[in-house]
Ligand binder design. Structure first.
Ligand code: PEP
Length: 252
């Protein structure tokens, strides 16, 4: 196990209220101690209704806060029910998840995701950019071509690429308790990193997380894949115990 920086990012999805601050509090306590032992970065992406309150209450450098989507339009405008990157940044968000398959399944295209990323980067938000294939696409052997298309069509060469973290999330693994075979996952992470270098003609390595049904039990399986830079954790991040156990078990 190297001591390379690893990200543990929680995606709370549609979960939480003001009382859920206790989860953040416990994870923050844990982070303040564990960061002395290992190079970890913890981010919790919470609903828009909570970001301002949590940010004000937290006042900590051991944990960062983010949100889970933004509108493509930069600031304010006639977009009923939508929230812009500027508003989220002003409310305290440092990170934003974009391209999540739960939003893609409601019609979000690569083109729209690109516009949202543009907006988020203009506000200097860090983007957690989700990509991944469906079960059908995997079975047809199309995983790599789908990933390539998602990367090429959602990112532009002039983006601040150092503000983008990739999250490889096979759609069939999200919330299903299914995870990819370790060898296959290693190859896919390598593919994303190579593709990034090719498309953007850079020697810099992309940061690539894995997401999909990560839990305190299966996390040990991923420790052997040195190419993984961390994890995007959905359901299990709604419990401080599960989230903390994932991190502890990863380093066991
Ligand atoms: C997610 O929502 O990004 C995710 C990975 O969910 P889960 O961990 O619940 O599969």
């Amino acid at each position: 196990m190297t001591n390379k920086l690893k990200y543990f990012i929680g995606n709370w999805k549609m979960f939480g209220d003001i009382g859920s601050f206790k989860i953040i509090y416990k994870i923050n306590q844990f982070s303040s101690k564990y960061r002395k032992l290992y190079k970890i970065k913890i981010v919790l992406c919470v609903p828009n209704t909570l970001i301002y309150f949590f940010k004000k209450k937290l006042k900590s450098k051991h944990l960062s806060l983010g949100v889970q989507n933004c509108h493509y339009h930069q600031e304010s405008g006639p977009f009923t029910g939508s929230i812009s990157a500027t508003m989220l940044k002003n409310a305290g968000a440092e990170y934003v998840i974009l391209g999540h398959s739960e939003n893609r399944s409601e019609g979000e295209t690569n083109n729209l995701i690109r516009k949202k990323i543009t907006s988020a980067l203009n506000q200097k938000l860090n983007v957690i950019f989700c990509i991944g294939e469906t079960y059908k696409e995997k079975n047809k052997g199309n995983t790599f071509s789908i990933l390539r298309k998602q990367i090429k069509n959602s990112l532009k060469k002039n983006f601040s690429l150092n503000k983008i973290i990739f999250a490889y999330e096979p759609v069939w693994a999200i919330g299903t308790n299914k995870i990819p075979k370790i060898k296959e996952l290693k190859n896919t992470i390598k593919f994303i990193k190579n593709e990034f270098k090719k498309i953007f003609k850079t020697k810099k390595s992309a940061i690539v997380l894995y997401g999909g049904s990560v839990n305190p039990k299966n996390i040990c399986l991923f420790s052997s894949i040195s190419e993984i830079d961390g994890f995007l954790i959905g359901g299990a991040s709604q419990s401080s115990k599960k989230f903390i156990d994932i991190i502890k078990n990863y380093y066991k």
